[in-house]
Unconditional design. Structure first.
Ligand code: GLP
Length: 241
């Protein structure tokens, strides 16, 4: 595992954007899986600027996102398909026919999970998996207790995740308590993994990753068994500040 401690949060975002741009330039038709949340927003701003400057094109890339709330789908406020559209896809030259999100409004969620896994397989698997980390060590929405070999499925969100994510919701609205997420096994099948995390709330989960915490308690720790993981973090997130 390659751990890179960047100067600060901005430097984490810059390093992540540079690596994503380099990967897309090296293989324009690659399959990319992207996270939601606050951490990636600065990365996406940089990718937009790089695309507008002609430094990178996403036109041939296949772009997936990790998860979606159950009950929400494309265009729904608060949903992750809407998040990635507003934060990135609406502002770059991505081919929307090659951009995918789980449909939290599907009538049969087991079938939807299988559909999403099938899409990932149809595009040759994920070449570059970009992950944030939840405060409780979740990746995607794989909460503590998620099986190592898990695939895309519906999960119940942990109470502390509900609290953390409610902060990003419009006042008076609360996020759904279930989500559909790609699984730890799906994540581990990616050929390369890039983790972005900064701030004091990520020190504990990153500590579990670097020092070998139990995957049962800290799902992010599963990444210790992946052959190509780079972690971009700031000094606070590794307790060095
Ligand atoms: C959510 C998302 C994760 C994300 C995590 C951390 O739970 N499902 O994919 O990594 O939040 O988000 P943030 O970057 O805002 O700390």
């Amino acid at each position: 595992m390659n751990r890179i401690v960047c100067r600060d949060a901005d430097a984490v975002a810059e390093a992540a954007a540079d690596r994503i741009v380099a990967a897309v330039r090296a293989d324009p038709g690659l399959s990319l899986c992207l996270p939601t949340g606050r951490t990636p927003l600065a990365v996406y701003r940089r990718l937009i600027a790089d695309c507008r400057a002609g430094k990178v094109s996403f036109a041939q890339a296949a772009i997936f996102i990790l998860d979606e709330y159950v009950g929400l789908g494309a265009g729904d406020p608060g949903g992750f398909a809407t998040y990635i559209a507003e934060a990135l896809l609406d502002h770059v030259d991505a081919d929307r026919g090659r951009c995918f999100a789980p449909d939290g409004k599907a009538g049969d969620m087991a079938a939807e999970a299988a559909r999403y896994e099938g899409l990932i397989a149809a595009y040759g698997g994920i070449d570059l998996m970009v992950l944030g980390v939840g405060r409780n060590g979740h990746i995607g929405f794989n909460e503590p207790g998620s099986p190592r070999g898990s695939r895309t499925r519906v999960i119940a969100l942990a109470p502390d995740t509900l609290v953390a994510n409610a902060a990003d919701w419009p006042a008076g609205r609360t996020p759904p308590d279930r989500a559909i997420t790609i699984g730890l096994g799906t994540i581990m099948d990616a050929r390369r993994i890039l983790v972005i995390a900064h701030g004091a709330t990520k020190a504990e989960p990153l500590g579990a990753l670097f020092r070998g915490g139990l995957v049962e308690d800290w799902p992010v720790a599963v990444l210790r068994d992946h052959p190509d993981v780079t972690v971009l973090c700031d000094p606070v997130a590794v307790g060095e500040a």
